[in-house]
Design a protein around this ligand. Structure first.
Ligand code: SPV
Ligand code: MG
Length: 431
């Protein structure tokens, strides 16, 4: 009997999938692959159900005779192991980044005379509704909140992008790239105080109040499903911070990062050029403990940000604070630096990891931007935040456009570098 292989990268089975299996049965014995969670989140979206349930779901499709695990989105390993006579897939992979997978399959099959069967992709009302429902569920607070903890177990490093609006949220949500046969996308979003303030034309000094910051979160949440890490600045008064924790948790935010500064907060990238006061270890520890005490779920994370390197208080001070904050209940440590050289950050990570194998480490490589994600992983970092690059890329582009319109007294000269009108009016999907 001939062998037919197809891979499932989904957590819902609809008409389209059943149709593929019915077609596949006409050619022989159907073997179905299930793509691992690790690989599914690089290329598609976070699965709503766990891997065991996904395996079971595929086993139960009538016509599937065997289920195997596919560990990589490209088919090299699967095809080498199974040598199927046919691979069957919906024809929707002919366009977009997925076409790289199609090319990969075609070239592997060609080596031994295997064949690709493409079935017209079913996009009926049931499929549309199932898709929409999955996205709605992923966006619900109960589903979204615990996803950061899940990602920490799944990813070598959680890649987080700054967002400050619905539009930037959509970029973090939807941008997927294919590069050298690997797919990638961001895992989480950072609601930066710097960029949230900047978008409102305000300085980053805790002037934009919590109500307004929450409004930004809400705008982002309405159009995205990925988990949110909130930049909570100093966290404010302990008596206020406990309310912030409750609100963020209720909204479905996954984590808040608070920094150990007190008084008038200035942006860390000013370093010692402006007056900034570091909080005492005791007081900041109390703030962490108070926040941990009021949270209602085990999902929410309070991450303590250490400003000792920013304020030039030295490595020993940073490490001592890290120990104290973990003891006070912090679910993670963010270490910050404004040096161009990542050496002090990496030294901190190495030394901290030696004594604490588990507590997640977060870094924000805005200044030390030569460091790669791979190097960060080697030094025990769990979350990397690209904290301001979207805002910094948008501003010069917009300013240049404004300048050129003034210069040419019309908009024709800038048009080539703009999003086409057709694309801007259809950029946002309607319900
Ligand atoms: C932010 O993005 O607001 C941060 C990171 O807090 S930094 O600007 O580097 O302080
Ligand atoms: Mg900030």
């Amino acid at each position: 009997m001939k062998r037919v292989y197809t891979c499932f990268c989904t957590d819902i089975i609809h008409d389209g999938h059943r149709n593929i299996i019915r077609e596949a049965q006409k050619y022989g014995e159907v073997i179905a692959g299930v793509l691992t969670d690790e690989e599914m989140i690089r290329y598609n979206r976070f699965p709503l159900i766990d891997f065991e349930e996904r395996l079971q779901m595929v086993r139960e499709i009538p016509g599937v005779s065997r289920v195997v695990v596919q560990k990589e989105i490209l088919y090299d390993q699967m095809i080498a192991n199974l040598r199927p006579d046919y691979v069957i897939h919906g024809d929707n992979w002919k366009i977009g980044p997925e076409s790289a997978i199609r090319e990969n399959v075609l070239s592997l099959l060609k080596e031994y005379g295997g064949e690709l069967i493409e079935v017209a992709y079913t996009y009926n009302d049931e499929v549309r509704r199932a898709d929409a429902r999955a996205k709605e569920l992923l966006a619900m607070p109960e589903y979204r909140r615990n996803r950061l903890r899940k990602l920490l177990n799944l990813c070598p490093i959680v890649k987080t992008l700054e967002v400050h609006s619905g539009l930037t949220g959509l970029i973090a949500e939807k941008t997927v790239v294919e590069h050298d046969g690997a797919f990638d996308q961001f895992d989480a979003m950072w609601v930066s105080s710097l960029c949230d303030s900047t978008a409102k034309g305000k300085p980053d000094i805790e002037l934009v109040d919590m109500t307004s910051r929450f409004r930004t979160i809400d705008d982002v949440m309405e159009v995205t499903t990925k988990p949110i890490i909130f930049d909570g600045d100093t966290g404010g008064l302990i008596e206020h911070f406990v309310y912030t924790v409750r609100s963020l948790e209720r909204m479905g935010v996954s984590a808040v990062i608070i920094e150990d500064k007190t008084g008038l907060k200035k942006n860390s990238l000013f370093g010692t050029e402006v007056e900034q006061t570091q909080d005492s270890v005791e007081h900041f520890s109390q703030k962490i403990s108070a926040g941990k005490k009021v949270q209602l779920t085990d999902d929410f994370m309070i991450i303590a940000r250490i400003e000792s390197l920013i304020l030039e208080r030295g490595m020993e001070d940073a490490l001592e604070r890290a120990r104290a904050y973990v003891k006070a209940g912090a679910d993670g440590i963010m270490i910050h630096s404004r040096k161009k050289d990542p050496a002090e950050i990496l030294e901190f990570c190495d030394r901290f990891r030696k004594e604490d194998r588990d507590t997640p480490i977060v870094v924000v490589p805005s200044s030390f931007n030569t460091v790669t994600e791979e190097e960060l992983v080697q030094h025990g970092v769990n979350i990397v935040i690209y904290a301001n690059q979207l805002t910094r890329s948008a501003f010069p582009a917009m300013e240049q456009t404004a300048r050129d319109i003034l210069r040419y007294h019309r908009a024709k000269e800038v048009d080539d570098r703009l999003l086409p009108i057709q694309d801007i009016i259809s950029l946002i999907d309607e319900l």
